[in-house]
Design a protein around this ligand. Structure first.
Ligand code: FE2
Length: 205
């Protein structure tokens, strides 16, 4: 972690102890704008071992109120559709480029969601901010080898805020939906193993 990144992480951690306000989220996201890693650092991150959750992650700090880490994805690798229950998340690309397809809950109890579009973010772009309300889900795919900083407040836990993976209910193994209707998408919970086998839930017609 370089000094500038340490400064931002320290600031984010201090603010997270009372939960981030909307203003704090905006200020923290802005403060990540110039964060970068160079090519050797990207390669070091990409050489990290795959953690139990299935990704290369270097954790800077973690506790129930806050978590900061850097993830490394090789070109084409995907983090399957998952949610951030009750979490605010700031994602800043440090090097490379990501495609992020986001959804939000219409009704989390019945696992009904709507698609909110897709963005491509690179290291020159603003951080992606995903607020806890109305509850965001997303799929992250690396267009090229990418390292990104994730700041969470609070952080997942196994009981109250578990990280869950989803697929389109009734979708094919590749996740395509045939009718192109993006409203009221019915999701179903899947295991990590199944999520990995169909990481991209939608292919646009
Ligand atoms: Fe996420």
């Amino acid at each position: 972690m370089n000094p500038e990144m340490r400064r931002v992480v320290t600031e984010a951690e201090a603010a997270a102890q009372g939960g981030w306000s909307a203003e704090e989220v905006a200020a923290l996201a802005a403060s990540t704008l110039n964060l970068r890693v160079d090519e050797p650092e990207l390669q070091r991150i990409l050489s990290l071992p795959i953690a139990d959750h299935g990704f290369r992650e270097e954790v800077f700090t973690t506790d129930p109120a806050f978590h900061a880490s850097v993830f490394g994805l090789r070109a084409g690798e995907t983090i399957p559709l998952h949610d951030h229950p009750e979490l605010d998340v700031i994602t800043k690309v440090l090097r490379g480029r990501l495609r992020v397809q986001t959804f939000e809950w219409i009704d989390a109890a019945s696992l009904t969601a709507r698609e909110c579009g897709e963005v491509v973010i690179g290291d020159a772009d603003d951080a992606l901010v995903l607020r806890k309300s109305p509850g965001t889900l997303h799929v992250v795919t690396a267009i090229e080898a990418t390292a990104f900083l994730d700041l969470f407040a609070p952080y997942y836990d196994d009981v109250m805020r578990p990280c869950r993976y989803y697929a389109i209910a009734g979708s094919s193994a590749s996740g395509d939906i045939a009718d192109g209707n993006m409203e009221g998408i019915q999701l179903r919970l899947v295991s990590w193993e199944e999520a990995r086998s169909c990481p991209a839930p939608l292919t646009k017609p």
